[in-house]
Structure formats: C-alpha cells, structure tokens
Design a protein around this ligand. Structure first.
Ligand SMILES: Nc1nc(=O)c2c([nH]1)NC[C@@H]1CN(c3ccc(C(=O)N[C@@H](CCC(=O)O)C(=O)O)cc3)C=[N+]21
Length: 295
C-alpha cells in the first residue's frame, strides 16, 4: 500500500480563499483584521516562520504589525511589546513566537496576552476554556496546530468518531491540548497520550487508527509500529544540520517507510505546517468577527 497524501498546501490554499471572502465582508463593515507578531532574537527558523505568517496575511487581506526585538531583550522589553499590541486597535490578534530566549519567562509573557487577541490559543484563559468546554463562540481561539490536524482530516473526509487516536508528544502546543479537542462530543475520538517516557511506545502506536506524531524526535515513528491502514499525521518540526554541507534541513517525527503502511499520511513539509498557518489566519479572522459582532 502507498498512503494517500493529506495535502496541507492545497487545503490551506482553499482555506485562504475562503478567508479572503470573510476578510472582504469584514472590511465592508469597517473592520480590518490585523495580525501582530512578537519575535525576539535572530533564530533563522523563527524568523522564517514569522515572515511566512506576514506573507499569508498579505495574501488574504489581513493587515500585519511586527514587533521585532533583539536577542538580548529584557523581560520588561518583551512585556512592553505585548502591552503595545494589547493596546493597539489595529491589532485584532497576535502571537508571541516561541521559543523565547532562556532569560525571558515565557509563561509570564503568555499570561499578559489579552485573551481576546490570543491568535495562538495559548493564553491560560483560552486553554482553560477548552478544558471547561465553554461554548466555542465565546471561548475561541483554539490552539492552531491541534485545530490544523482536525481540519486536515475533516477536509479529506476522514471520520474521527469512535476512532482510537494515539498522540505521541506532550508539548503544550500540540500533545497536551489536542486530546481536549479530539474527545469533545462532536468529534468523539478516544485518545491515548504517549511521550518519550512511554515504556512501550510501539504497543500504543500499533493499536491506533490515527497516529499524531508530535514529539519533536526525527524519525521516532517507524513503519513497524504503524498498523496497516492507519492514518498518520507528521507534526514534528526538528531542524537538523547536515555535517557535510552545513545546511539545515526540516525533519518530521515519521520515518520513511511509513508511507508504505499507512492509508493516509501528511507529508512534512507540506502537511500540518501550512495548515497551522491557515488556522492562525482563521483565528485572526474569527477574533475580528467577534469584535465586529460586539461593536
Ligand atoms: N507562538 C508560536 N506559535 C506557533 O504556531 C509556533 C511557534 N510559536 N513556534 C514554532 C512552531 C512551529 N510552527 C510551524 C508553523 C508552520 C510551519 C510550516 O508552514 N512549515 C512548512 C515548511 C517551512 C520550511 O520549510 O521551513 C511546511 O511544513 O510545509 C512549520 C512550523 C509554528 N510554531
């Protein structure tokens, strides 16, 4: 078997076309969605992601606002950037690009984000509302990558109700929060959360109808672990440097042979990454729509 492709690039393009219309409708009502980004330091990966987000915004008609700070920015400098975006009416949603430099207290920064402008869905209030199952029209934004996984499956007609999903990875942005979405009654999947400390990872992965690989360990999920016909999503983003050429390369958590075993596989790049960006845009449009509705 060769897996069918969960095409994140094509799906993200469809979503962007839909968002372009929603943005025009908002502009007609005098509301211009604006995405803010806070980027601290010179990490090439982070710079590339942030640049990509601004390009995406331009494509769908969302304004964008940049707060770029030097690598040695202090806690107070980062907090001041967050305060500016909280106060700026042109910014309807924003993100603080992670990871922040070690000297900055990330949780303290995330807590300062206005929950109504939290385009990543990572503010404790929004994560808490997800746990408490506050109605979505009040509670959103949802975290982008978990939402990207659900949307990518949904738009390929892959049903999750009653399925066994094995999540590999316990990070905040994906592993710890995706189960909250997958186990909602309207999705109705059963979730096992595994991580690099799981004693027999292969045993859990083998049971799964759907595998979400998000541990950030290149090639962790191998073909022998995957049940034939399972659906596999490769969420990992690790940058490895080729010792010979010195060039950095993006590597996912899913090993090469998995495509021969799975029924559907999300490529990496070209799978969950572009969808995550599309969900960020969706969150920004939705925050602006809520703003317009309450105005
Ligand atoms: N506050 C915050 N929010 C995030 O959402 C966030 C973050 N910090 N820090 C880092 C991770 C990583 N992440 C990616 C998003 C898109 C691609 C993406 O579009 N990747 C392309 C390839 C890009 C390339 O080749 O470099 C693809 O998969 O096709 C990748 C990774 C968001 N993150």
């Amino acid at each position: 078997m060769t897996a069918q492709v969960l095409d994140g690039r094509a799906t993200a393009a469809t979503i962007k076309a839909e968002l372009t219309e929603r943005v025009s409708a908002l502009r007609e009502r005098g509301v211009v969605p604006g995405l803010g980004t806070v980027l601290v330091g010179e990490d090439p990966g982070s710079k590339a992601y942030v640049a990509g987000k601004h390009r995406d915004c331009a494509e769908v008609g969302i304004a964008s606002i940049r707060e770029d700070l030097p690598a040695d920015a202090s806690q107070a400098d980062v907090e001041a950037a967050v305060e500016r975006l909280n106060a700026d009416p042109a910014c309807t949603g924003y993100i603080v690009q992670l990871p922040l430099p070690k000297a900055v207290d990330t949780n303290a920064v995330l807590e300062m984000i206005d929950p109504a402008k939290d385009a990543d869905g990572l503010h404790p209030t929004n994560l808490g509302r997800l746990v408490l199952r506050v109605k979505e029209e009040v509670s959103s934004p949802l975290p982008c990558t978990p939402r990207a996984v659900l949307e990518l499956l949904g738009r390929h007609g892959i049903e999750l109700a009653g399925k066994e999903v094995c999540v590999v990875g316990r990070g905040t942005t994906v592993g710890r929060s995706i189960g909250l979405l997958l186990t909602r009654k309207d999705v109705n999947a059963t979730v096992t959360l595994t991580h690099t400390g799981t004693r027999d990872l292969a045993r859990h992965v083998r049971e799964a109808d759907v595998v979400v690989a998000a541990a950030g360990q290149p090639g962790l999920v191998t073909a022998d672990m995957v049940r034939p016909g399972a659906v596999v999503l490769d969420v990992g983003v690790s940058r490895t440097v080729d010792p010979v050429t010195g060039r950095s390369k993006l590597r996912g958590d899913v090993a090469d042979g998995v495509a021969e075993v799975a029924s559907w596989l999300s490529p990496n790049p070209g799978g969950v990454g572009p969808m995550t960006r599309a969900m960020l845009l969706t969150n920004v449009v939705e925050t602006a729509e809520r703003l317009a509705a309450s105005a």
